[in-house]
Design a protein around this ligand. Sequence first.
Ligand SMILES: [Zn+2]
Ligand SMILES: [Zn+2]
Length: 222
Amino acid sequence: MNFLDLIFPRRCVGCNKLGAYLCLPCINKIEYIEKPICPVCGKRAIDGATHPHCQGKYSLDGLFAVAHFRGVVKDAIHLIKYRFVSDLIESMSDLLISNWSKTLPEFDYLIPVPLHSQRLKSRGFNQSSLLSHYIGKKLDIAVKEKILFRKINTTAQADLKLKERLKNLEDVFMIRDETDLSGRKIALIDDVTTTRSTFLECAKPLKQHGAEIVWGIAIAHG
Ligand SMILES: [Zn+2]
Ligand SMILES: [Zn+2]
């Protein structure tokens, strides 16, 4: 136990039990995604790979998420986002790593879904970036953080309806012009994906700059 544990005792985000941010019974209640879907049409797809008939020139090639965005996973992700808890970031990253599918491509780069710099300033950190660095270290994949960025400050997606969400994201993501991603296999990393629109929009400029394969990878989907 360290000094901080005395001031802020660890309690399970699921059941409030003292000791750890995620207790074993709550970990055992995690609802894993057993029927992956195509990120473009949302229908079932083998291993979450985009259906051939859903593939466009600059599409996302697949979606991999570990758990449904419910219960303890939802609580943990909210807690990470609004009250930086680094141990919880590690727990969530470990959840992703231990379920990392063997069917996923061998990625060259992990790229965190970027926050706009203004939001980054007010929050102080980008949870997707922290996840990427932890995962990159464990899986020995390079993290490329400075390639992809957001053009304008979009309204928080959570406050919008589905149609508005898609509109809100159109051409929001950009890549530095000199970037050459020819033949690269890229995993976009985010904590949670809801409509998949962020991943789909991020894939576009990456593909336009030569990326061969782009997958969206999240801890939770829902
Ligand atoms: Zn618990
Ligand atoms: Zn499809």
